[in-house]
Write a protein that binds this ligand. Structure first.
Ligand SMILES: NC(=O)c1ccc[n+]([C@@H]2O[C@H](COP(=O)([O-])OP(=O)(O)OC[C@H]3O[C@@H](n4cnc5c(N)ncnc54)[C@H](OP(=O)(O)O)[C@@H]3O)[C@@H](O)[C@H]2O)c1
Length: 224
């Protein structure tokens, strides 16, 4: 049985991906700051299939502990879904809040790099898979979007990481959602994708034959 660590598993896309991954036969390590939410999901998925670990992705030591805890519990690590991320309420550079930018860069950029740094050795040993939640906002121009800029950083990082990891037999997939109706937003987003739409894309990437690499999956609502 394969094991995947999911960051940002306490909500939205990460939570949905945990459900689909277990359905696909994975055991999952669930990481986020709100451990009580993760514990509820472990109850739902079953303690043989899931474990929770409190983790702040902006803290490298915290991520190293999360990886070690999953390996200790499940005996290895085959996949990482580096998914934790935050947005901002301010708009553009003129209207944006530098403290929000700091948190976005720490979480969406450095946090993902820390996740990969902490997990890559184990994943290389398993010839496994690294998936990163970027965004459609990392593929198109959104006037003024500093959040989008953090996701453009992931487009670059993911592409470069894919080539670094290819020779180790590790697949790297960028998951690029359009708008998804999750707690990421303060208000409902009717007509947007739902978290399970992205979870199915994650499982699609994971379930390809050994020699097939789904490098990027950009998923949008048909009617924007
Ligand atoms: N919703 C969209 O329209 C959309 C579109 C494209 C891309 N995305 C990306 O998809 C990813 C998931 O977003 P979502 O829509 O599922 O939003 P969400 O429901 O708000 O989930 C965000 C997750 O990230 C975790 N997180 C945030 N900061 C963290 C930190 N410092 N350490 C550990 N975990 C942290 C949160 O857990 P805790 O608060 O418990 O730590 C939560 O589990 C993000 O990278 C987001 O940028 C979202």
């Amino acid at each position: 049985m394969k094991t995947m660590l999911i960051t940002g598993a306490s909500s939205g896309i990460g939570e949905a991906a945990a459900r689909r991954a277990v359905e696909a036969g994975y055991r999952v390590g669930l990481a986020a700051r709100r451990k009580e939410k993760l514990d509820g999901l472990v109850q739902e998925l079953g303690p043989d299939n899931a474990m929770s670990v409190g983790c702040d992705v902006t803290d490298f030591a915290s991520q190293q502990k999360a990886v070690a805890a999953v390996i200790e519990r499940f005996g290895g690590l085959d996949a990482l879904f580096a998914n934790a991320g935050v947005g901002s309420s301010g708009s553009g550079t003129a209207g944006g809040d530098p403290e929000e930018w700091r948190q976005m860069v720490l979480t969406n950029v450095l946090g993902v790099m820390y996740s990969v740094k902490a997990a890559h050795e184990a994943i290389a040993g398993a010839k496994g898979h690294i998936l990163i939640t970027s965004s459609g906002a990392g593929r198109k121009v959104i006037p003024g979007s500093v959040y989008g800029a953090t996701k453009w950083a992931m487009s670059g990082y993911g592409a470069n990481l894919r080539e670094e990891m290819r020779e180790k037999g590790v697949k790297v997939t960028l998951i690029e959602p359009g708008m998804v109706d999750t707690p990421f937003f303060d208000e409902p987003k009717p007509g947007a994708l739902v978290a399970d739409d992205i979870a199915r894309a994650v499982v699609y990437a994971l379930s390809q034959p050994e020699n097939v690499l789904a490098g990027e999956i950009w998923v949008e609502p048909l009617n924007r």
